[in-house]
Design a protein around this ligand. Structure first.
Ligand SMILES: [Cu+2]
Length: 371
């Protein structure tokens, strides 16, 4: 996933850089990449011939892959956490890899779905709709595989696992509204409304942040040799997930009613008065979510010094980082580096005493590799 993520970064960020350079040229050096027949106080600007839409094209050529640049590392974290805490190999490992590669490739040919309202030829809009909706397939495969990994697993609902499951939940809710926004015929009705704000904050904002929280709770014992306080972790989780849904779920209804995004209140306008002041509810949930984050910050720093001491490999994980000594030493391992003999998902493998087999354990005679 990190490889995938890096490819996306290498290919998409230069486009943003060029986009910004052209903008600097336009603003400071009299070029007209983005300026075309623009009138100020009735007088045409000197620089003409460019296209303001070019800016949007270049921006969104970064903008869409960027969503996955943010999301993929978090999905990588939760793949590991969900498998470890279900005590099962990740379901459909190969399908997962093909899915993230497909998502990465497709993410470069969908940027037009942000621009259905720019006067784009409807036929081109249809093409972007098609490629966008194709992303639903690998995304659904990933979600299915996460659910299949949990299915009949020996679940350990640690705070890290809770956040990982929370991310799957957000990925589903945000993904489903993405289907609506990716379809030009539906998107045109709700373009630039609060529906969009609700959608992307759930899927790429909160979704990615949940993945990061899952990672912090899971690898904290590895980093500091201590656990974070679990009760505070659960409190943080429930306040955050309730906060996220409480803030962004109602926004979908605001958007469906037609309230444009970035308006600070729907009550200012006769048209949207009947909705009541939904912002009050949203604000209450936002404050609750914010308090939840204070709990996390306290828990993090408190646990570094006062958390319960952790054993070498508290979650029973297979990957090598858990074999490194807990004391601070120079380098990761003393002496020889450990050798990898198996994939990282040998959980509950028949023929072994424990329900995990560290990657540095050689294959037994007659034991097959699990891939
Ligand atoms: Cu997009």
């Amino acid at each position: 996933m990190l490889f995938d993520h890096s490819c996306l970064g290498v290919l998409s960020f230069p486009v943003l850089l060029s986009c910004a350079l052209l903008l600097i040229f336009d603003r400071s050096f009299g070029t007209a990449f983005y300026l075309s027949d623009i009138f100020v106080s009735g007088m045409p600007l000197e620089a003409t011939g460019g296209s303001p839409l070019l800016f949007e094209h270049l921006f969104w050529f970064l903008g869409h892959p960027e969503v996955y640049i943010i999301l993929l590392p978090a999905l990588g974290l939760i793949s590991e956490i969900i498998s470890t805490n279900s005590r099962k190999p990740i379901f459909g490992y190969r399908a997962m890899i093909v899915s993230v590669l497909a998502i990465a490739f497709l993410s470069f040919i969908v940027w037009g779905h942000h621009m259905f309202m720019t006067g784009m030829n409807p036929f081109l809009g249809t093409v972007f709709t098609f490629t966008t909706l194709l992303i639903a397939i690998p995304s659904a495969i990933k979600v299915f595989n996460y659910l299949a990994t949990i299915w009949k697993g020996n679940l350990r609902l640690t705070p890290g696992m809770m956040f990982a499951l929370g991310m799957v939940s957000l990925f589903i809710s945000g993904g489903l509204t993405g289907l609506i926004l990716g379809d030009s015929a539906l998107d045109i009705n709700i373009h630039d409304t609060y529906f969009v704000v609700g959608h992307f904050h759930i899927v790429m904002g909160a979704g990615a942040i949940f993945g990061m929280f899952a990672g912090v709770y899971h690898w904290f014992p590895r980093m500091y040799g201590r656990f974070m306080l679990p009760k505070m972790g659960y409190l943080h989780f429930w306040m955050t997930i309730a906060g996220v849904y409480g803030v962004f779920f109602p926004m979908h209804f605001l958007g469906l009613a037609g309230v444009p995004r970035r308006y600070f209140s729907n009550e200012e306008y006769e048209l949207f008065k009947d909705l009541g002041n939904i912002n009050v509810i949203i604000t209450c949930f936002a404050i609750m979510a914010a308090i939840g984050q204070l709990i996390f910050i306290f828990n993090f720093f408190y646990s570094i010094f006062k958390g319960r001491k952790s054993s070498q490999n508290p979650w029973g994980s297979n990957t090598l980082e858990w074999t490194a000594p807990i004391e601070r030493i120079h380098g990761n391992w003393e002496g020889k580096l450990p050798e990898v003999h198996r994939w990282p998902y040998d959980y509950s493998k028949p023929g072994h005493d424990e329900d995990f087999v560290s990657q540095n354990v050689p294959l037994k005679a007659g034991e097959e590799e699990s891939h």
